[in-house]
Design a protein around this ligand. Structure first.
Ligand code: NAD
Length: 353
C-alpha cells in the first residue's frame, strides 16, 4: 500500500512514518518543516522520503498514485490557535478540506484524519463522551477539528472514504518530541528539576494515549475493510486511561526518583473531558493500547538518561511548538500567515538530519 503522510516531521509523524515503513507500507512524507530544528535522539531507523511543501499548496500531482493519505499536518495545539486564529483556520480547517478534495479528485479514496478528543472541550459533568456526544470545542484548534470532520464527512462516497481518529492527548517518546503536552512536560520537569510544581489543582480530566498506540490505530485504519471504517469517527485511547491531571503528575513524580509534586489552586482552564473508547475496539478489534502513563514516563526517563538531557535541551524552542513558530516569525523565516519566506524555505527532499 502506498501511503502519503502529511506532517511526517512532527511529533506523531516522526514515529508514524518509520513505523509504517517497518510494517511494509510504502511511505512518502510531506511537511513544511516548521520543527526540523528539534531532534531529541537518534534511533537509526529508516525514514520516509519527504517532500518539503506547505499543505495549502498541495495539488493533485502530489497525491496521484497513492492508495491512502494520512493527514497530520496542522498547527497542532491550542495556544498556536490563539496566536493567529485566521491562519489556524486556513491551515487546519480549509487546508485539510482542500487536501481531502484533491485526494478525491485524484482517486485516493482512504483518507485518515487525526482529529482530537479536545472536540469534547468543557464536559466536566462526570459522564464519558462517546463519538455520538455533542462536541463542545473551546478553542480555535478544537473548533477546526469539528469543522474538518463535518466538511470532509460531507465528501464521503464511493470514491472517498474518510476515517476520523479523535486522539486523546498524546504522550511518549518521539525523536521530534514535544514538551508542551502534559505528561511529557511533567516528565521533563521531573528529570531536570526533581520537582513538579503544578500551578493548578489538577482536577480536570484528560484522556491520554501513547504516540505508538496512535500509530497502531492509524495503521489499522489504513488496512481495515472499507465497511468497518468508512466515514466513521473513533475516539483513540483506552477507557483505563482517563486521568485527572493531578493523577498524571503523581504517576510521573513516582517514576522519577526524588521528585516532589505540589499542587496549586483551581485554574480558569475549563477543558476537561472523560472519553469512552469502546467504539474503536468494536470496529478495529485488534486495537489495544499497550502503553500506560506510567510506562510512558519510564520510557522518557530512560531516554533522558541515555542522552543526558539538560535544562537547555528541555527548554529548547524546537520542542515547544508555540516557541518555535514565534522564533521563525521573529527572525523573518516565516511570515505572519506561516508561509516560509522564499529565501528561507527548507529545500528539497529528504530529512534534514
Ligand atoms: N499531539 C497530540 O497530543 C495530539 C492529540 C490529538 C490529535 N493530534 C493531531 O495529530 C496531528 C499531528 O500532531 P503532532 O502532535 O504530531 O503535531 P506537530 O506539531 O508535532 O506536527 C505537525 C507537523 O505538521 C507540519 N505542518 C504544520 N503546518 C503545515 C503546513 N501548512 N504544511 C505542511 N506541513 C505543516 C509541521 O511542520 C509539523 O511537522 C495534528 O493534526 C494534531 O492536531 C495530536
Amino acid at each position: 500500500m502506498r501511503v502519503l503522510v502529511t506532517g511526517v516531521d512532527g511529533y506523531i509523524g516522526a514515529v508514524l512514518g518509520r513505523r509504517l515503513l517497518k510494517q511494509g507500507f510504502e511511505v512518502v512524507g510531506i511537511d513544511c518543516g516548521f520543527y526540523r530544528d528539534g531532534w531529541l535522539y537518534n534511533d537509526h531507523q529508516p525514514q520516509p522520503l519527504t517532500l518539503t511543501k506547505d499543505v495549502r499548496r498541495i495539488t493533485s500531482k502530489d497525491v496521484e498514485g497513492f492508495d491512502a493519505v494520512v493527514h497530520l499536518a496542522e498547527l497542532s495545539n491550542d495556544p498556536i490557535g490563539e496566536l493567529n486564529e485566521r491562519a489556524t483556520y486556513e491551515i487546519n480547517h480549509l487546508g485539510s478540506v482542500a487536501l481531502a478534495r484533491v485526494c478525491k479528485q485524484a482517486g485516493v479514496s482512504r483518507f485518515v484524519y487525526t482529529s482530537s478528543c479536545s472536540v469534547y472541550g468543557a464536559a466536566d459533568d462526570g459522564g464519558e463522551r462517546t463519538e455520538l456526544s455533542a462536541p463542545n470545542p473551546q478553542t480555535a484548534y478544537a473548533k477546526c477539528k469539528v469543522l474538518v470532520e463535518r466538511d470532509i464527512g460531507a465528501l464521503a462516497d464511493m470514491h472517498c472514504s474518510p476515517v476520523f481518529l479523535r486522539n486523546a492527548t498524546a504522550f511518549g517518546a518521539s525523536p521530534r518530541v514535544v514538551f508542551d503536552i502534559v505528561l511529557n512536560n511533567l516528565a521533563g520537569f521531573a528529570w531536570t528539576t526533581r520537582e513538579i510544581r503544578m500551578t493548578s489543582d489538577g482536577t480536570p480530566w484528560r484522556p491520554l494515549v501513547h504516540v505508538e498506540d496512535i500509530c497502531q490505530a492509524v495503521a489499522l485504519a489504513l488496512e481495515a475493510p472499507r465497511e468497518a471504517v468508512h466515514n466513521q469517527i473513533f475516539n483513540v485511547g483506552d477507557n483505563q486511561q482517563n486521568y485527572r491531571i493531578r493523577e498524571i503528575a503523581t504517576i510521573v513524580g513516582q517514576v522519577f526518583d526524588g521528585c516532589t509534586v505540589t499542587f496549586g489552586r483551581p485554574s480558569g482552564d475549563n477543558r476537561s473531558y472523560r472519553t469512552s473508547f469502546d467504539k474503536i475496539r468494536r470496529h478495529l478489534p485488534e486495537f489495544r493500547c499497550s502503553w500506560s502513563a506510567e510506562l510512558g514516563a519510564r520510557q522518557l526517563r530512560e531516554i533522558f538518561k541515555r542522552i543526558g538531557m539538560t535544562d537547555q535541551m528541555f527548554s529548547f524552542r524546537g520542542f515547544t511548538r508555540l516557541e518555535q513558530l514565534k522564533h521563525l516569525i521573529a527572525t523573518g523565516q516565516i511570515d505572519g500567515d506561516f508561509y516560509w519566506h522564499p529565501l528561507e524555505e527548507p529545500t528539497g527532499k529528504g530529512q534534514s538530519e
